[in-house]
Design a protein around this ligand. Structure first.
Ligand code: FES
Ligand code: FES
Length: 82
């Protein structure tokens, strides 16, 4: 069976200001035109977005390469090794 691989949407993270008490849907497939968030383009890929609950207002470095360790939605520097 072929392994589903996410499209590398960007070489670096997306730094975005987020609001407390809001859910964000991070694009896992890399196909969204609204990176780093899902716009529904994953249909047919077998992949789905990752719901991320934000509890405090801050700036988040969302993973854009889609290859952070463990499939994390947050950049962990793994993009530097790709
Ligand atoms: Fe990528 Fe929805 S568009 S997960
Ligand atoms: Fe994916 Fe940094 S952008 S690990």
């Amino acid at each position: 069976m072929a392994m589903i691989t996410a499209r590398r949407a960007a070489d670096t993270p997306f730094a975005i200001n987020v609001e407390a008490g809001k859910d964000y849907w991070w694009c896992a497939c890399g196909q969204s035109n609204n990176q780093p968030f899902c716009d529904g383009s994953h249909r047919g890929t077998g992949m789905t977005p990752v719901r991320t609950e934000i509890t405090e207002a801050k700036k988040v470095a969302w993973c854009g390469c889609k290859h952070a360790a463990g499939g994390s939605v947050f950049c962990d520097g793994s993009h530097r090794k790709l």
